[in-house]
Design a protein. Sequence first.
Length: 186
Amino acid sequence: MSDAQRVTIMDQAAVDRALDRMAREIVERNGGTEGLALLGIQRRGKELAERIQAEIQEAEGASVPTGSLDITLYRDDLATVGPRPIVGESRLPLSGIDDHAVVIVDDVLYTGRTTRAAMDEILDWGRPSRIHLCVLVDRGGREVPIQPDVVGRKVEVLGNQRVDVLVPELDGRLAVELVTPAQEVS
């Protein structure tokens, strides 16, 4: 059996350009930065939200509150995770999210189940005026009717392939890779 094939579909420069464009689109959709909050889904969505926040800060001169979501306890497949799931910290960037435009930031949108769980968690915290979904990569394959508002790149992916987003804080570099599993050799 050989290693999986990994093909870089976005290098650091491409990811940086996409994040810059996404930051501007978020501000435009909101009509500015007033009342805007970014919530990155743990793991890599949090790091991407922080990068988008930095882009908005640079372009608009405004600091947008940014936090993180750990959706572990909101998953619809929690029973399959095991008897002791590892739960991370969700961190609200404000004292409350009522009447704020909340942007959920995630790395890859696939089935939509992670986004559904994130919305459930957000609504347990309060009633935002609006929720936007911002993803670096939309790979298709939805199982629930959820569509992104802001997308870095759409990618055609076969059923056996996956998309990995790499961030320096966790992976040592910024990139997006298409991973094809190794074929078993008889």
